[in-house]
Design a protein around this ligand. Structure first.
Ligand SMILES: Cc1cc2nc3c(=O)[nH]c(=O)nc-3n(C[C@H](O)[C@H](O)[C@H](O)COP(=O)(O)OP(=O)(O)OC[C@H]3O[C@@H](n4cnc5c(N)ncnc54)[C@H](O)[C@@H]3O)c2cc1C
Length: 397
């Protein structure tokens, strides 16, 4: 019977190992942690948003959309597999969580499935070297070695390295001449270098943000924006950060924030509000419309005294005020590092694998999950890709 080594007991490796173990293979699952699925526990703020109602290529960054589309075609099969394992979903605005709201329940279901299967689990085994010789893969940890005929790499990226995914295997893969696209933090805050940051710290508001690279529009996101003492955060920021981080060191990365996205003609709205509220100064016009800290900053940045009246402002001042509400410009100075990012962008190029996720250059080597150059936006897309890709390899082998 052929021996399969699955390197990494995260969601992708767990599903791959379980699926393969039902076939005519001897499966060994290896992880550096003392238990499986460690990262699952921290997902979705401890609730694990593991799936989404709508899964397609539009929600992912990758270097090979065609191949990713082919893989995503297995989403229904993978989802049914999760249901059969016992994961009972609760769906909120299209996002899937376990009904109990406990990420640990998903980790426990997968862990129990592994313990009840014939998968041989080797924990506390940090692979530091991989050799391929005489048609066998050898994974080393110091002087210990595990051997197999087939190797499934499920070692993740390098986000949240304290959960075990530290990018160490991706570095080893480079020595096999496998192309790895640069790894950068994704789904992480964006940092700014502005004097008003300490003043807006703690504000949350609904906004629309546009991302520009070298002044060229790239993407926009709408949703809750969190203003922090280092810059901006929250889901819409996270989604843009995965693109921003790739360019931050070499290009100008800037953002335009629309603080009142529901008001289309802001100038008209301002005059109407001024007519409605008699004898209110410009600051008072924005009370209950914008967070008071934000009113202060927008007026300051527009060089308008808060006690001024709209009727006394010049046209130029009103235009500047309107621009700072609908098109507040900031330049990104950095992004949150791997220690706080939810994913790493980049990874093994999808051009290195075929539709079965088998590495073209290396016989009997497969790749799944975040180790590949696939990263999704917030909403369950990263765990779902981990599950789907693990399922595909398990199905094809
Ligand atoms: C804080 C946080 C919140 C998140 N929330 C969500 C969410 O709600 N929804 C969502 O879809 N995604 C979320 N993600 C992303 C998601 O968790 C990952 O994309 C997913 O876990 C990737 O799965 P994987 O199997 O590819 O790799 P991982 O889960 O990273 O697992 C890889 C495994 O390989 C092991 N390993 C690595 N190197 C070695 C080595 N050298 N030797 C032995 N073992 C090794 C690691 O110990 C680890 O167990 C979140 C991530 C973080 C950090």
């Amino acid at each position: 019977m052929k021996k399969v080594l699955v390197l990494g007991a995260g969601p992708s490796g767990l599903i791959a190992a379980l699926k393969i173990s039902t076939k005519n293979y001897e499966v060994t699952l290896i992880d550096s942690n003392s238990y499986v699925g460690k990262k699952i526990l921290v997902t979705g703020n401890g609730r694990c948003n593991y799936w989404n109602e709508v899964i397609n290529i539009d929600y992912y960054n990758t270097d090979n959309k065609e191949l990713l589309s082919n893989i995503l075609n297995y989403k229904d099969d993978a989802f049914n597999y999760l249901i059969k394992l016992g994961i009972y979903p609760k769906i909120k605005n299209g996002l899937y969580y376990p009904n109990c709201n406990q990420a640990s329940s998903i980790k426990n279901i997968l862990e129990n499935a592994i313990l009840n299967s014939n998968v041989n689990l080797i924990a506390d085994f940090k692979v530091d070297k991989i050799l391929y010789k005489d048609n066998k893969y050898k994974c080393f940890s110091n002087n210990d070695v595990v051997e197999g005929d087939i190797l499934v790499i499920a070692s993740g990226g390098c986000a949240y390295p304290k959960t075990g995914s530290d990018g160490s295997i991706i570095n080893i893969l480079k020595s096999f001449n496998i192309k790895v696209n640069d790894l950068n933090p994704g789904l992480t805050p964006i940092y700014l270098n502005e004097s008003y940051l300490s003043k807006w710290d703690g504000v949350r508001c609904d906004a629309k943000i546009k991302l520009f690279i070298d002044n060229k529009f790239i993407k926009e996101e709408a949703g809750e924006l969190q203003l922090t003492k280092k810059g901006i955060s929250g889901i819409c920021t996270f989604n843009l950060s995965s693109i921003a981080s790739k360019y931050i060191k070499s290009n100008k990365v800037s953002l335009s924030i629309d603080f009142l996205p529901n008001i289309i003609d802001i100038k008209n709205w301002l005059y109407e509000r001024n007519n409605l509220l008699e004898n209110k100064n410009v600051y008072e016009l924005f009370i209950s419309v914008l967070n008071n800290k934000l009113i202060d900053i927008i007026l300051e940045e527009s060089n308008i005294n808060k006690t001024s009246y709209l009727n006394n402002l010049t046209n130029q001042e009103i235009n500047k005020l309107c621009n700072n509400i609908k098109d507040f410009n900031v330049i990104a100075s950095g992004v949150g590092d791997f220690n706080i990012s939810q994913v790493s962008t980049g990874g093994v190029s999808l051009y290195e694998v075929n539709n079965n996720l088998e590495v073209k250059k290396m016989p009997n080597m497969y790749l799944v999950g975040e180790a590949l150059d696939v990263d999704g936006i917030c909403g369950g897309y990263n765990l779902s890709f981990a599950f789907i890709s693990g399922y595909v390899v398990g199905d094809k082998l």
